[in-house]
Ligand binder design. Structure first.
Ligand code: PHE
Length: 358
């Protein structure tokens, strides 16, 4: 048998050289070296020739297989380089173009201030508890020493969920029900804060139907009003980063604390901003639309013995204090936000201005 290895090599090299694209070259590789390729088929014929010829033909075929492989590799490198160059020439990138704007969200002041408050109390050893926004009458009122028909129920402007006024389910009007939930579920001593949303059917410049509070309470032995004042004053100083926050404890009434107080912070407010500052004695409206006065930021007091009893705690053994802070109020004072209602208008421009970088 005669087999023209030279011709096969020449044809193959010509075919390889003629390939213009990597895909065509790959086809060619299969045609030549693939399972049924020309060279492979030629190698298969070795079995049917005499030993002498097998030797020379075998050597020659292996030689051309090597040459073809080398030619394909070289051509492949060539084509890849050319193809890359063509792409680079075609796909231009202008590195001087300004970067695309990535929209960035802001942290809402309510979220930010809640985190700040939580952190300060956590450092004082308080742990965090939560309760449901949808409450029952018992936790929101009765257990907090506000019996049915008590006038304090009217004070709360409650959103009832079933019926009107006679239903048992409501949107909690304060975070105080978390006191009841926590005290009934565990054993004292307690040192707990509970941030969350609260709801009252009330809307004007200083009230929105939904707002946020942080409840705080400490139940232990021998707790007195001095602990309450110390804890709250220390908190306010740390929160406002000021040594002399003008704070006023004003006697007040809550059915679940006795004695009770409201905490006010001295401030100056105009329609552009609100800032902390001790009001002068006359606290009358100033020139330029600025008003001096006190802003109520929290209610507090010593936990009423009836509340302790309702949670199966003996008031002779355990005492405590509690407070409920208005988060928006604190945010307004710390960050100079003049109008409470803007917190919930969902105006992105407002959030860009008053919000915080994540
Ligand atoms: N729950 C009261 C309110 O919302 C605040 C408060 C909490 C007062 C705890 C005293 C003790 O107005």
């Amino acid at each position: 048998m005669t087999f023209d290895t030279k011709q096969l090599l020449a044809d193959s090299l010509a075919a390889i050289a003629a390939c213009e694209f990597s895909a065509a070259l790959e086809d060619q590789r299969i045609t030549l070296l693939g399972k049924k390729g020309k060279v492979t088929e030629a190698l298969k014929t070795l079995g049917s020739v005499g030993p002498e010829e097998r030797k020379t033909l075998g050597a020659a075929l292996n030689e051309i297989k090597k040459d073809i492989t080398a030619a394909i590799d070289a051509k492949k490198a060539d084509l890849t380089r050319n193809e890359l160059n063509a792409r680079l020439a075609h796909e231009k990138m202008d590195v001087t173009l300004p970067a695309r704007d990535i929209p960035r969200g802001r942290i809402h002041p309510v979220t930010k201030v809640t985190e700040e408050i939580t952190e300060i109390f956590a450092r004082m050893g308080f742990s965090v508890a939560e309760g449901p926004d949808i409450e029952d009458d018992t936790h929101n009122f009765t257990a907090l020493n506000i019996p049915e028909s008590h006038p304090a129920r009217q004070m709360h402007d409650t959103f009832y969920l079933h019926g009107n006024g006679d239903g048992k389910t409501l949107l909690r009007t304060h975070t105080s029900p978390v006191q009841i939930r926590t005290m009934s579920a565990g054993r004292p001593p307690f040192r707990v804060i509970a941030p969350g949303s609260t709801y009252r059917c009330d809307s004007d410049i200083t009230h929105t139907p939904m707002f946020h509070q942080v409840e705080g309470f400490v139940i232990d032995k021998g707790i007195h009003m001095g602990h309450l004042k110390g804890c709250i004053s220390e908190f306010l100083k740390t929160f406002f980063e000021l040594d002399d926050v003008p704070v006023r404890f004003r006697p007040s009434f809550f059915p679940f604390t006795e004695p009770s107080a409201e905490v006010d912070i001295g401030c100056k407010r105009s329609h552009e901003a609100i800032e902390i500052g001790a009001p002068s004695l006359s606290s009358s409206p100033q020139a330029g639309g600025t008003e001096e006065g006190w802003l109520e930021v929290m209610g507090c007091g010593m936990v009423h013995p009836n509340v302790l009893k309702n949670c199966n705690l003996d008031p002779e053994e355990w005492q405590g204090f509690a407070f409920g802070v208005g988060i928006e109020r604190l945010a307004m004072l710390k960050y100079g936000i003049p109008d409470l209602r803007t917190f919930f208008e969902n105006d992105v421009r407002w959030l860009e201005y008053y919000g915080f970088m994540p």
